[in-house]
Design a binder for this molecule. Structure first.
Ligand SMILES: [Fe+2]
Ligand SMILES: [Fe+2]
Length: 314
């Protein structure tokens, strides 16, 4: 718990050096390593059941559940492309602190930004491939630059907190849900395997930069940053509500039958619950996120965050 303004910590060069080492070791190419001339196998699922929650909809056939997992999996890739816009911008901004300082930290953060640019290019490619193979009518509604502009207007502390949360759940989703599922499209699964390999280092740097940023803040500034983080979670939920509505409508329009009002409502509610689970709740539950957050905020601030999250926790 933080009650005083700490002095700015020295940069932990060794930890950034390990990130560079890992980044060099796992580095991959979009075409040569990930896509390798393949297409999506639409006979298989994209997003695993534990993330898509399709089994909560018992009235759907096996084929319908598969389609819903593909719609959600397409949005999953687009969501990463979306958040990587502001993550890359913020990483480039915080790397400015090291430009005339620790050159190891600078290199690690430059590699991080470069990887996020590559990931965005990968996710744009996937969206084009999905568009060519799936029925017309899908739309990913949030605009990456507009969302990034709103996110980056908030305190750096809050943006780094949100970023750590995202980059931790990326890893948990892959390790616990995507990797063990043998029924997924091989291309879709490979994309998130390669993505996970480069994301592991990012979470380490998010934490280092978040703690470094925290040490610069007065108590009043940190309190405002907590408010900003709560606002950001609300903004993420706003995006999820819009996209869940869009994706549920696209899915029902492409099933070979008409659903009744109760079924239509259940599809919408399940997609929204799945998105809240994927992009908010599963990240909040990663122990490392809670550990760092608890170290940085007061009990009162932690309580404010809990209260804001409560309606989204399902
Ligand atoms: Fe990424
Ligand atoms: Fe990342």
């Amino acid at each position: 718990m933080n009650t005083t303004v700490a002095s700015i910590p020295t940069v932990d060069t060794d930890r950034y050096a390990k990130c560079i080492e890992a980044s060099k070791r796992v580095r991959w190419d979009i075409d040569d390593d990930v896509i390798r001339g393949r297409r999506f196998d639409l006979g298989r699922k994209f997003l695993p059941d534990g993330l898509s929650k399709v089994n909560d909809l018992a009235f759907l056939s096996r084929e319908e559940k598969r389609l819903l997992s593909q719609v959600q999996g397409r949005t999953y890739a687009n969501m990463f492309g979306l958040v990587e816009r502001f993550i890359c911008a913020k990483t480039m901004e915080v790397s400015g602190d090291h430009v005339l300082g620790d050159q190891v930290a600078l290199e690690a953060l430059v590699r991080f930004s470069d990887e996020e640019l590559k990931h965005q290019a990968l996710f744009r490619r996937l969206e084009a491939m999905a568009a060519a193979q799936m029925p017309d009518g899908y739309a990913f509604l949030p605009d990456p630059d507009e969302v990034a502009g709103a996110v980056l207007s908030k305190a750096t502390w809050a943006v780094l907190a949100l970023t750590l949360h995202i980059e931790l759940f990326t890893q948990v989703h892959y390790r616990e849900s995507i990797q063990p599922d043998a029924e997924l499209s091989e291309l879709w699964k490979d994309v998130f395997r390669f993505h996970w390999m480069e994301e592991s280092q990012h979470a380490v740097m998010d934490e280092l930069e978040w703690v470094r940023e925290d040490a610069k803040l007065s108590e009043a500034e940190r309190d405002q940053a907590v408010t900003d983080l709560i606002d950001l979670v609300g903004a993420v939920d706003g995006i999820l509500q819009v996209q869940a509505g869009q994706d549920a409508a696209y899915f029902t329009a492409h099933c070979d039958r008409v659903f009744g009002p109760d079924e239509t409502a259940a599809i919408h509610d399940t997609v929204l619950a799945a998105y809240r689970w994927q992009y908010i709740v599963s990240g909040v539950q990663v122990p490392r996120f809670g550990e760092v957050l608890t170290r940085l905020v007061t009990a009162e601030q932690g309580g404010r965050i809990q209260t804001a999250l409560a309606p989204l926790m399902g």
